[in-house]
Each structure stands twice: as C-alpha cells, then as structure tokens.
Design a protein around this ligand. Structure first.
Ligand SMILES: [Zn+2]
Length: 238
C-alpha cells in the first residue's frame, strides 16, 4: 500500500505519487470497465492531446452522446491508484459539473471548485500535487455564463464571508471597461473572460512548479467559458 502521508512532504514528491497502482486493473471478482486512466495512458498523453480529448468530450456532451460508463466498475478499477489527465478549476455553480460537461469518467480529472473559479494558495498547491506529483498534463480554468459570483462581484454584493470571497474577482471587474452593472450582459461576459484569463496567468505566476512544467512542455494552462444555454465550452485563445 502506498503511504499517503507522503502527500504533504517536500521530499520524494515525484517518486511517491505514482507508486500507488501496482495492482492489476483487472483483478477482483467482478469484471470492470475498460477506459480508466492508467499510468501508461497518462504518460502517452501530451498537453495538446488532453485538450483535444476534453474538446471531444464536450462535443459528445452537447450531442447528448456521452460514453456509457460502468461507474462502479470504474470505481473498482481506479481504487488502487489514479492517473488523471487534467485538472479543472470550475465554479461552484450546480449547473456546471466538469466531469459531466467534458464527458469524463472516474479517475479522469481532478476538479477544484469555488464560486467564481479563482485561484488561491490552497488551490494552486492542490494543482501542484495534481501536476508535478500525480502527472496531469492540462489545467483548465472554466468560467461560465451568467455566473452569480461574477455578477455579485460587479454589484459589490455583501454577505458574511461572501464579501471577502468576491474580492478575489474584483481585479477582473476593475480592469474591464464599461458600465459596471450585472444587468449589463456584455460587461458580465467580458469580466467573466477576464477573470478566467487572469486566473490562468496567476496560477503560473504564483507557482514555479507549474510554470516550470509549462516551460518544459509537460503542462498547459488554458481558459474556457461554459455556456449554460447550449452546454458548449468556448475555449479562450485555444
Ligand atoms: Zn459561477
């Protein structure tokens, strides 16, 4: 068994994470579905290939032709280790479940969610684990249309801890020109995109681990906006 305590240690990061999956994916009493991420599959992927995979997954979702998965089979097949291809940082919004809109299965992606899909130290630290330790090749910052957090930041909504949380989105509001009101749909759209682009930049600027992997070509960090009305993911600059 792997020693999970290594998660928090500075030493042995690279060796530790991938030690978990010696067990056969085909062991056990019940047949399990193929198609879960393995170490070999992960190693064979490039960042561009993962991006293409997620684009194809969203196309399947939009067409309502998602892969028919044996969910419990995938749970069993991934129980002894994980080799996710990507990390998605998405919004808390109940209408934007990343695994669903990218048509991905168990063990395929790490997902971090917070209202307004901004980064902070905890999220970037999690991403450093997901990439440098666990081998993911792509980070997607996924905003969405009609985001209540973005609109709340624009309108300077105040409520308990929400006030401080929305301050994370304020730089995107401040750097976007136009009439600052959540009723201004064009302004909301541009702030949403700016918030995604800023987050893409900030993840890399505050993490030498992540920017180092990017400069080595082992990782890409990209932004996208999910459209509630169509189910389509619109990629920014990709
Ligand atoms: Zn949202």
């Amino acid at each position: 068994m792997i020693n999970r305590t290594v998660f928090g240690l500075a030493t042995g990061l690279f060796a530790a994470a991938l030690a978990g999956c010696a067990a056969s994916h085909h062991g056990g009493e019940a047949p399990v579905s193929a198609g879960v991420m393995t170490q070999e599959a992960q190693r064979a992927l490039t960042p561009d290939a993962v991006l293409a995979d997620l684009k194809a997954g969203n196309e399947r979702f939009v067409a309502n032709r998602g892969i028919d998965r044996n969910w419990v089979g995938q749970a069993r097949a991934t129980a002894s280790g994980q080799y996710p291809k990507a990390i998605v940082l998405g919004c808390l919004d109940s209408r934007v479940p990343p695994e669903v809109v990218f048509d991905q299965g168990i063990g395929d992606m790490f997902v971090g969610r917070v209202a307004g899909n901004f980064e902070n130290q905890d999220m970037v630290g999690s991403m450093e684990f997901g990439t440098a330790v666990a081998g993911s090749k792509l980070i997607v910052v996924l905003g969405h249309t009609s985001c209540g957090a973005v609109m709340g930041a624009i309108d300077r909504a105040q409520l308990g801890n929400l006030t401080a949380m929305l301050a994370n989105i304020e730089p995107a509001v401040a750097s976007t020109s136009g009439e600052r009101a959540s009723s201004n749909k064009d302004f909301v759209r541009r702030v949403t995109e700016e918030n995604v682009r800023r987050t893409v930049r900030d993840i890399q600027s505050r993490s030498e681990v992540i920017s180092g992997l990017v400069s080595e070509g082992k990782l890409r960090v990209v932004g996208a906006v999910y459209e509630l009305e169509s189910g389509r993911v619109r990629w920014l600059d990709n």
